[in-house]
Design a protein around this ligand. Structure first.
Ligand code: MG
Length: 345
């Protein structure tokens, strides 16, 4: 057996790969209440969250962002969706010999600007230069901390649910919760694929890559957030299925309420790709207690990157994720095998 691209594509194949290669070797390795076995966006230790992410996007510079912004946001966002306040990242660069210095500087400036947006410091790093034709790979690790707003939020959740962890899990959904999407879906994956396929008839296609800390902070400050996840590889299909599976609940999504730009829908049609299945890099799926959902929605909409947020799903007893159409038809929203767009993050 050899590794295939699907093994790292964020879908069902990657879950199987992780179980066979990582969990069978390391087991439920943890030093806090959330560890490797939870396969969450990061792990907890004391009052901190740590998360790590490698980035191999192609092209390195794309509409709406570049590998520098993606590498900072990828890790800042994984820390943020666990409810932590992101404080620092480290960065490992693997650079192909002959890479343009100006391009590297440009990516680093972009990374710095993204860190500044979230008030995060880059505090350590490593650089390797190799002969292999890789262009530029960037790995980042990030740390976030416990903060007052989180405590208030968790107190609300604990009124009705056993929730011993200090941070927000992706497995915290309970029947009755609402699902909020912080904005339009499919932007990153579909715009990158369109760029590769030179589908430049859609002028406003661009990646959504941004730090989501402003969104998660406002949601948590409002209180009543039970679960969060950033729908990256595998899109909202993979994220919602993971949340439903781990929380042992059914999620029903109202198809016509899921926000998507017309240009993304049109490009996805031409590419034959389901925009539910592709990566987003600046969005959050938020599970909210029913009585707090409207307030959380309003708070998220006031944040810089959350103005298109909507309540578009609900949680009930059962299992699996369903899409309900306007006329009342219902169909399964399956976890994709892997993200249909490779080298996207
Ligand atoms: Mg994540």
């Amino acid at each position: 057996m050899r590794i295939s691209t699907k093994d790292g594509a964020g879908g069902r194949k990657m879950q199987e790969f992780l179980e066979e290669v990582i969990l069978d070797t390391f087991g439920d390795s943890s030093v806090g209440s959330i560890g490797l076995g939870n396969l969450d966006d990061g792990a907890s230790f004391g009052n901190y969250i740590i998360s790590t992410d490698g980035h191999t996007v192609k092209p390195l510079f794309f509409k709406g962002g570049d590998i520098g912004r993606l590498s900072a946001c990828g890790t800042i966002n994984d820390v943020s969706v666990m409810g932590a306040r992101p404080i620092l990242i480290t960065c490992s660069l693997i650079i192909q010999a002959g890479f343009e210095l100006e391009d590297l500087k440009r990516a680093m400036v972009s990374m710095k600007e993204s860190c500044d947006e979230a008030d995060v410091k880059l505090v350590a790093g490593d650089t390797k230069v190799v002969e292999d034709e890789i262009g530029l790979y960037v790995s980042t690790t990030g740390v976030g901390e416990y903060w007052d707003g989180l405590e208030t939020n968790l107190d609300i959740i604990r009124e009705t649910q056993d929730y011993p962890e200090n941070f927000i899990k992706d497995s915290g959904l309970a029947p009755g919760d609402k699902i909020i999407l912080s904005g339009t879906v499919g932007d990153h994956g579909i715009s990158i694929m369109s760029e590769r396929e030179e589908l430049n008839i859609f002028g406003d296609l661009a990646s959504d890559v941004c730090p989501v800390w402003g969104i998660t902070r406002r949601a948590i400050e409002t209180g009543g957030v039970s679960a969060m996840k950033d729908p990256t590889r595998g899109g909202i299909s993979a994220a919602l299925n993971e949340m439903s599976d781990k929380s042992a609940v059914k999620i029903t999504m109202f198809e016509e309420k899921i926000p998507v730009k017309n240009s993304i829908r049109a490009a996805a049609d031409i590419l034959g790709i389901n925009f539910h299945d592709v990566a987003n890099e600046g969005k959050v799926v938020i599970g909210a207690r029913e009585e707090y959902a409207e307030d959380i929605l309003e708070a998220v909409r006031r944040s810089k990157y959350g103005k298109d947020a909507v309540i578009c799903g609900e949680v009930s007893e059962g299992s699996k994720v369903f899409l309900r159409t306007k006329i009342g038809a219902r169909r399964l929203m399956n976890i994709p095998e892997g993200d249909p767009v490779p080298r996207v993050c």
